[in-house]
Design a protein around this ligand. Structure first.
Ligand SMILES: Nc1ncnc2c1ncn2[C@@H]1O[C@H](COP(=O)(O)OP(=O)(O)O)[C@@H](O)[C@H]1O
Ligand SMILES: [Mg+2]
Length: 511
């Protein structure tokens, strides 16, 4: 049937009548100079702070400095593509990133552009990277645990959902590994993982993502990557973009865990941008607002009230120290912002005590309340025994024959130290951790030489599965272990220890 000419004409007339014809105001500026990822622009008078600016070549940046005659624009694309005299347009929008389920299992840059060679993200929505943190009324107490699968964290420094815990230590002390292990353990839980890499070497990022893919459940992870070679603007927005992507799940009533690797690099990028845009430097040449930019970032991690859906966002920011100097500017800032810190010690790491957590300097301020009762009972005594052991060990190193009680404490402490060691990428289940702590505390391990504790720990999960089905079920319950199950479990643990004990009787050995 031919189209009805009259109705077609009518529609076309109507369409024409509603097209706004006439002049349209467009703010257009000019690049005066461009260097080191920052462009100074003249002629843009109605730009807002953090507004996205578009260059004639298609590149984007955002306005960081609003002087009366010049706008300082931080580029989000390679600076080499932007030249002086290029035209620049204001967009009237702040930086938005895509959010939604489509990001799961993907590697993206901080603007949500794919880096894994797959299709572009079909976003559920685009949200600004800077969003206000939930207010006090919208929050709830941290009551549920984050099971990290790392024995030393889950027993001594338990994390709760909604907590912010800093991982801090020198270069190459296992910071990334510890955080990635916590993400791997979430394969067994309902927690969504977000890994944000800022200014890291491509090889390190590659290794971290490979590890997540092989050992974890990457289909419930998002990797946001701004590598060392990315524009500094991209590195600067990375943690905010990651937070916005994570908040989507928090606000839907789900649970998310974000690792920000690392905020020292982010602070250095912030300093670089600030110095290039001629903001006045303060302590260690950082601009005065470096505390504020990290505080407002980490405040967005929260446990929401039931009225807001009860979701949570837990943050594990990482900071790097120089020769263990925790009192440098950025580490002290972050320590005071977060709810505790896991301090990794280079000396322990080189002695082979991995994860190299310094038990004296680390603390978790809110997670203890969320700990499974079975671990909480063990943890109090463990912390005391271990702290006493570390002091006694120093004293007895200079010789002298300790009495029986001290010798017993040394024996126990050495077993605790072995039990807290853990190979990378092998998360423990809650049941394994509880059984290991029971073995330590009931003295099952005291008869083993410290080296055999490693074998004991390695054989534990399989042995429990094979021989302690009933006790295992009881361990998974959120209540103390009933005496019968405890006896059955102890019998299994004793048998395992006996099978690993060497021929020599224990009295013949030193601790
Ligand atoms: N628990 C562990 N067991 C064995 N090796 C580890 C452990 N933790 C870290 N490592 C190794 O130590 C090296 C440095 O770790 P990494 O996490 O990259 O350090 P950082 O992020 O602090 O620079 C890596 O090669 C990693 O495989
Ligand atoms: Mg690292």
């Amino acid at each position: 049937m031919p189209p009805d000419r009259n109705s077609w004409l009518g529609t076309a007339r109507h369409a024409l009548a509603t097209v706004p014809l006439g002049p349209r105001a467009e703010s257009r500026g000019r690049v005066e100079e461009v260097a080191d990822g920052v462009a100074m622009i003249s002629g843009l008078h109605d730009v807002r702070l953090d507004e996205v600016l578009r260059f004639s070549g298609g590149q984007v940046g955002f306005a960081r400095v609003l002087d009366p005659d010049l706008v300082g624009c931080v580029l989000l694309d390679a600076a080499s593509d932007v030249e002086a005299n290029d035209a620049v347009f204001g967009t009237g929008e702040v930086i938005n990133v895509p959010v939604g389920e489509a990001l799961l299992g993907r590697v993206v840059d901080p603007l949500g552009r794919p880096l894994d060679g797959k299709d572009p993200i079909s976003a559920e929505a685009n949200l600004p990277i800077e969003r206000p943190a939930p207010s006090i009324i919208e929050r709830d107490l941290v009551t549920e645990p984050v099971q990290t699968g790392v024995v030393v964290l889950d027993t001594l420094f338990a994390l709760g959902r909604g907590q912010r815990e800093l991982i801090v230590g020198d270069h190459s002390t296992g910071k990334t590994t510890l955080a990635i292990d916590a993400l791997i353990a979430q394969a067994e839980t309902d927690v969504i993982c977000i890994y944000v890499a800022i200014g890291q070497k491509s090889s390190s990022v590659r290794r971290a993502i490979d590890t997540l893919q092989t050992h974890g459940n990457f289909s419930r992870c998002i990797a946001v990557v701004a590598g060392a070679s990315s524009a500094s603007g991209l590195q600067w927005i990375a943690p905010y973009a990651g937070m916005t992507m994570a908040e989507y799940f928090r606000d839907k009533g789900q649970h998310a865990l974000i690792v920000i690797d690392d905020l020292s690099k982010h602070a250095a990028t912030h300093r670089e941008i600030a110095l290039l845009t001629r903001q006045s430097p303060g302590r260690e040449a950082y601009p005065g607002d470096v505390f504020y930019i990290h505080a407002r970032l980490l405040e967005r991690a929260a446990k929401l009230s039931p009225a807001r859906g009860g979701g949570s966002l837990t943050a594990l920011p990482i900071a790097e120290t120089d020769s263990g100097n925790l009192s440098a500017y950025i580490p002290t800032n972050l320590i005071s912002i977060t709810d505790g810190q896991i301090v990794l010690d280079a000396a322990l790491f080189h002695q082979g005590q991995k994860p190299a957590v310094d038990v004296g300097l680390s603390v978790s301020r809110v997670g203890g309340k969320t700990q499974a009762p079975i671990l909480r009972d063990a943890a109090g005594a463990l912390r005391l025994d271990y702290a006493q052991f570390l002091e006694l060990e120093v004293f007895t190193r200079f010789g002298g024959v300790p009495d029986d009680r001290v010798r017993q404490q040394l024996t126990r402490g050495a077993r605790i130290r072995e039990a807290l060691r853990q190979p990378q990428h092998m998360p423990f289940r809650l049941q394994d951790e509880a059984a290991l702590m029971l073995a330590v505390q009931s003295g099952v391990l005291d008869s083993l030489p410290p080296e055999a504790v490693t074998a004991f720990r390695a054989a534990l999960p399989a042995t429990l599965d094979a021989n302690a089905g009933g006790a295992l079920a009881a361990l998974a319950e959120p209540k103390p272990l009933p005496p019968k199950a405890r006896d059955a479990l102890l019998a299994v643990l004793r048998r395992l220890a006996a099978s690993l004990a060497p021929e020599t009787p224990p009295e013949a050995r030193a601790t």
